[in-house]
Design a binder for this molecule. Structure first.
Ligand code: 4NP
Length: 157
């Protein structure tokens, strides 16, 4: 994975999965000594301007990730130019991004669980699940973030 200087994580609402990915990946990348721009956004606009969901924040904070400074925003057409790597959490987010993304930038779109070898193709939507769903989201995102960081480190510019 060459020349990755910026990463955008994407889910539906930008209040559960992609804020978790932004916080976890940014912290792990900094600890690994990588200087990257990291952000997140949603394909839907229901929660624009909100902080992450309380359940998302609580589960993340218990594991040492503070998401409280994040604000929900929607994916913007400039994102396809501005980011080197765009990472949807599930297949539906991926499909929606590919529909909106100009052909010359579609190579930037890579699903989160594609970076790691597990039974999960997707980071499942936790919004209507119990706290276990949020804990699963965090653990999948931690594993995928570790794998993505290794891929960036092993193939620098
Ligand atoms: P996210 O979860 O895509 O991981 O942020 C959701 C958040 C809100 C809704 C659905 C999923 N919603 O329907 O409002």
């Amino acid at each position: 994975m060459k020349n990755i200087k910026s990463v955008l994580f994407v889910c539906l609402g930008n209040i559960c999965r992609s804020p978790t990915a932004e916080g976890v990946f940014a912290q792990k990348a900094a600890e690994a000594g990588l200087n990257l721009k990291v952000d997140s956004a949603g394909t839907a606009g229901y929660h624009v301007g909100s902080v992450p969901d309380n359940r998302t924040q609580d589960v993340a904070l218990a594991a040492g990730y503070d998401l409280s400074m994040q604000k929900c925003r929607r994916v913007d057409s400039n994102d396809f130019l501005d980011f080197d790597l765009i990472v949807p959490m599930d297949i539906e987010n991926e499909r929606n991004l590919l529909n909106d993304c100009p052909a010359q930038y579609q190579y930037k779109i890579r699903r989160m669980m594609s970076f790691v070898d597990t039974d999960y193709d997707e980071v499942p939507d936790p919004y209507y699940s119990g706290i276990k769903g949020f804990e699963l989201v965090l653990s999948l995102i931690e594993r995928a973030s570790d794998a993505l960081i290794l891929q960036i480190q092993n193939d620098p510019s």
